[in-house]
Write a protein that binds this ligand. Structure first.
Ligand code: ADP
Ligand code: MG
Length: 142
């Protein structure tokens, strides 16, 4: 499914519509180049899931945990060793986990329930592509 947006608020709102179908244990990968809107998307989902603290990019830490929601950024990784996975695993335990730059961890991560890809169209427009392991999951978003 592809959804175009023309502002950060619209991207947050698409994420907020996805949020209610997510459950603890779900992994949502969020891909796209720098500035594509990955953190903006995760922020919208976190807000809808009741996170009230600021949601910022965890680029310089492994991740943030907000109660039953986790936000990871694997930008600095090139593959995941067992030890690195050991550090990450608690973020996935009993949480909905959003993972930016998932490519490095794909072999080690639990299978994502939803894959999100964001692409620049221009300065303010993005194309959001959503793919779910269970296609029925996205029906309500159409
Ligand atoms: P990433 O995490 O992919 O590096 P961010 O979400 O941190 O990206 O930043 C996206 C930037 O693009 C923000 O400055 C945001 O305001 C801007 N932006 C402009 N239009 C959009 C849009 N339609 N959706 C998401 N972000 C947008
Ligand atoms: Mg980011």
């Amino acid at each position: 499914m592809q959804i175009p947006t023309s502002s950060p608020e619209e991207t947050e709102s698409v994420a907020a519509r996805l949020a209610p179908v997510l459950r603890a244990g779900d992994v949502v990968t969020v891909s796209g180049e720098l500035g594509a809107g990955k953190t903006t998307f995760v922020r919208g989902a976190c807000r809808a899931l009741g996170v009230t603290t600021p949601v910022t990019s965890p680029t310089f830490t492994i991740g943030h945990r907000y109660g039953h929601v986790s936000h990871l950024d694997l930008y600095r990784f090139a593959g995941l060793s067992d030890a690195e996975w050991g550090d990450l695993e608690p973020y996935f335990d009993d949480a909905i986990a959003f993972v930016e730059w998932p490519e490095a961890g794909e072999a080690a991560l639990p299978t994502p329930r939803v894959r999100v890809r964001l692409r620049h169209i221009d300065e303010s427009q993005r194309m959001i592509e959503l793919e779910a392991s269970d296609p029925a999951l996205l029906e309500e978003l159409a």
